[in-house]
Design a protein around this ligand. Sequence first.
Ligand code: HEC
Length: 134
Amino acid sequence: MMWARTIVAVMLLLATCAGRAAGIPQSQRRSGFSFMTPDTQAMQNEDTANPGMLWVLDGEALWNSNAGSSGKACADCHGEARASMKGVAARYPAFDKALGRPVNLEQRIDLCRSQNQQAPPFAYESRVLISVQS
Ligand code: HEC
């Protein structure tokens, strides 16, 4: 019964993983930051040295610039992104009632582009789309 043995092995593996995650006391949990080399930590601490921030700055400029025939910026409707977009990424993919199908965050942003801003959608996985999400 090869398959039965495989199932038992998988179940044992799952039980071990679950046990391990639950077994780490809150006080001993560490952020990935603590495993980085001092160089990488320094880069993370300094916004201007972190290449990832270029994407964020790009997104911020885009967030505030008017586009499409609505002449509106994301900020005009959504205000400060730090507040209005907090936790949004975690909710996607989500079911879109109007479309009757699930959409991911990129598609959700493009719906806003096309319907609310009346601007052409961003190319899928384009630089701007990724920078808006950072
Ligand atoms: C004219 C107003 C308007 C503009 C401009 C606009 N949005 Fe939206 N957005 C909305 C509304 C209203 C919703 C709620 C869903 C709906 O009915 O479209 C929404 C929903 C969203 C959501 C989903 C939020 C959630 O809680 O699930 C995201 C993400 C989003 N917009 C991003 C953007 C981005 C990025 C831009 C700029 C490129 C933008 N929006 C421009 C009005 C706007």
